[in-house]
Design a protein around this ligand. Sequence first.
Ligand SMILES: Nc1ncnc2c1ncn2[C@@H]1O[C@H](COP(=O)(O)OP(=O)(O)O)[C@@H](O)[C@H]1O
Ligand SMILES: O=C(O)C1=C[C@@H](OP(=O)(O)O)[C@@H](O)[C@H](O)C1
Ligand SMILES: [Mg+2]
Length: 189
Amino acid sequence: MNLMNQLLKGVNLYLVGMMGAGKTTVGRLLAKELGYHFFDTDMLIEQSQKKSINEIFAETGEAAFRDIETAVLAELSSCVRLAIATGGGIVLQRKNWSYLRHGLVVWLDAPVEVLYSRLQNDATRPLLRETDLKVKLQSLLEQRQALYAQADLHLTLQPGETPEQITARVIAEIPTVLCPERRPVTELN
Ligand SMILES: Nc1ncnc2c1ncn2[C@@H]1O[C@H](COP(=O)(O)OP(=O)(O)O)[C@@H](O)[C@H]1O
Ligand SMILES: O=C(O)C1=C[C@@H](OP(=O)(O)O)[C@@H](O)[C@H](O)C1
Ligand SMILES: [Mg+2]
């Protein structure tokens, strides 16, 4: 077992952040690097409801979606050795934090311009439809920033930073949370 796994002891990693920040993309890579299992709360919701996120929002509304999201998170929090990509709104419900706190919460904080460039042609996120995308993203970020900031680890992403580079940075920063006296690890044996 490598140093990182000795430090983590199976603690789950929860990726939080705005739509388009890269939680699903980086979460998958993180799981691979750590020998963890990858889960995405949105994917689990769509599988359990046999509907898309768009359909759930359209047919039962956002409140119902949030209840399902909490139920999925509760299930996941009872497991170990998971890298979990959450939906961008998971931080909104206080009860979700009682589950997130079972693990290590990582905020992938990408600039609005980057989110905008990635989501311009996206049709899978109901909250971004029929609206001025950049204004909406800015407004959501302003509403949520203080919540995201409660994460254990805050990674400010740079334009052009690849998913692989971000994954490596998350891993390097984990010891600074688990062993506060430590600085980022550059070499993991
Ligand atoms: N570091 C990155 N560089 C370039 N594109 C990225 C990066 N991370 C994610 N993407 C792309 O941005 C879009 C949103 O990524 P995704 O992982 O779904 O974000 P989230 O789960 O946070 O909403 C996808 O098209 C993905 O391929
Ligand atoms: O920010 C939000 O409120 C949402 C983010 C989405 O997930 P991603 O962050 O993976 O896009 C999805 O859960 C839903 O559309 C709501
Ligand atoms: Mg996602």
